[in-house]
Design a protein. Sequence first.
Length: 312
Amino acid sequence: MDFADSVLVRLGDPASRGAVFDDASLANFVAAAYDTEAMPVGPPYGAVFDDLTVGYAAPPVAVAEGDWMGTGGTDRTELRVRLHGVGQSTLRIDALWRGSLVVRTSAARDRVEALEVGVPSFDVDPDIIAALGALPTDPAQLEAQRRTRVVARLRAGLHQPAAFTDAHVERLLASAGAQSVSDLVTHLRGQEATATVQVRYAAPPATPPTPRTLPFAAAVFVRDTNFSLATLLVESRLARTRAEELGLDVPAPDDVRRRHRMVAVWVVPEATFDDAGWPGGDGGTPAQRRAARLARAGQWLAAEGIGLAAVA
């Protein structure tokens, strides 16, 4: 039995399908479906298969467009119809999974202990005159003096002043409609104000993470090591689009932020990532290089709505 058939047999058997995916694979699935930065999650993970159809064929979709106008009429009617099941190109999906993922997460109970707000003035010319005796006549030197002092005033109200970089200064100027710091100081003095805010939170309570179930729907593709990456990417995007059009995704609660309503799950052999063409894996043992390539691929594929699983 080849790799694809062996995986499908394990997925098709309710007694064995739960052991197909490990925590690393399930973490990739969660990252593909949900914004894990807005809602930090962690192991142990679990998979719930409410409905799993092995050998699902997504029907082709045809689009018909047209218009008509009655005899002697002036009003034209336009029509655009999507026809499912018409045509020859049926997309093969190895399995359709509708269910949920179980994660561990901590509820946000942050309490603000202190709040400090500062409104620094942009009128730095008196400081320059006090230090140099007069304002520099060279525009470039004047801009440098003003910029240095404005930035220093802004940083003084921050807990991490080094985090306020030149890029932040440029965004501040753009938001104020100023071409330079001198423009901000001379023409917008008294018209624009920037505040610095420091917020201190209380230490989080030492409560253990609690299990949470996240609805999950995926089109599963099982491929051996010789699969075409370009072809599978196109097939995955097409499968996700068709599944969403057919209403095969599952609703999610309002308090979580989704990345993708429908996910494409790739199940490939671990040996796939012995190929040095995959990014990562620049050093270490062969097993460490394989793991690094797998982790790197799982990250960028999740952003594309693809959950990566590498199995033995």
